[in-house]
Design a protein around this ligand. Structure first.
Ligand SMILES: NC(=O)c1ccc[n+]([C@@H]2O[C@H](COP(=O)([O-])OP(=O)(O)OC[C@H]3O[C@@H](n4cnc5c(N)ncnc54)[C@H](OP(=O)(O)O)[C@@H]3O)[C@@H](O)[C@H]2O)c1
Length: 179
């Protein structure tokens, strides 16, 4: 990465059976995992799919929402973009670090441009209706952080192992200038 290039990263959490979402929210209730997400993306420009955006209570400024709906009305500080690449390009223009925060199709389109993928692997199986995309070759990326913590999961009332992994892609694609 050249010295002038801004870091593009993705962040998400996935259960042992590959789920990321249920009924427009997360399949689990792990406050400390959510707090990790919020801490990690604080101050960044975000690229997010429309459904994930709509599920968020608080949306920071410089959030770029991918949607085909031209008439989409967004909260202040948020901007609609036509495609994931448009979102990455616009987020880079803010000069802030860029985080891609899902959902599934947004991860699937954004991963080639990401230097890092922060992925929390949650040891339990959870029912879900949104799955982590299978096309992201994380097994070919270097693991640069890997810490497991047992955290309270409030829907089951039991602790669950959360493995906080950070993957690094050696040669992400540059975000195209056009198209
Ligand atoms: N576990 C995690 O880390 C995590 C992270 C994020 C989300 N989630 C969960 O995942 C679920 C939502 O994710 P999702 O995958 O169903 O939806 P999503 O990616 O958040 O949103 C899908 C919408 O984004 C727009 N979109 C996506 N890709 C696009 C593209 N290439 N070009 C133009 N528009 C595009 C479309 O909006 P229009 O219909 O407006 O065109 C599409 O309907 C929720 O349950 C959420 O809580 C979990």
């Amino acid at each position: 990465m050249g010295k002038d290039e801004t870091l593009i990263a993705a962040i998400g959490a996935v259960s042992a059976n590959g789920m990321i979402g249920l009924d427009g929210w997360l399949p689990w209730d792990i406050p400390e995992e959510l707090a990790y997400f919020e801490r990690t993306v604080a101050g960044a420009a975000l690229v997010v799919g429309r459904l994930t955006y709509e599920s968020m209570d608080v949306v920071p400024v410089d959030t770029f929402v991918v949607s085909h709906h031209e008439d989409l009305v967004l909260r202040p500080g948020c901007v609609r973009v036509e495609s994931v690449v448009d979102g990455l390009r616009a987020a880079l223009r803010t000069g802030k670090p860029v985080f891609v925060i899902g959902g599934a199709s947004v991860y699937a389109a954004a991963w080639p441009y990401c230097q890092r993928f922060y992925l929390t692997r949650i040891a339990g199986e959870f029912a879900g209706d949104s799955a982590f995309p299978s096309n992201i070759p994380l097994d070919q990326w270097a693991v640069v952080a890997d810490t497991t913590r047992s955290l309270p999961e409030l829907s089951t009332g039991r602790p669950v192992d959360c493995r906080f992994m950070v993957y690094s892609q050696a040669e992400p694609l540059p975000v195209p200038d056009h198209g």
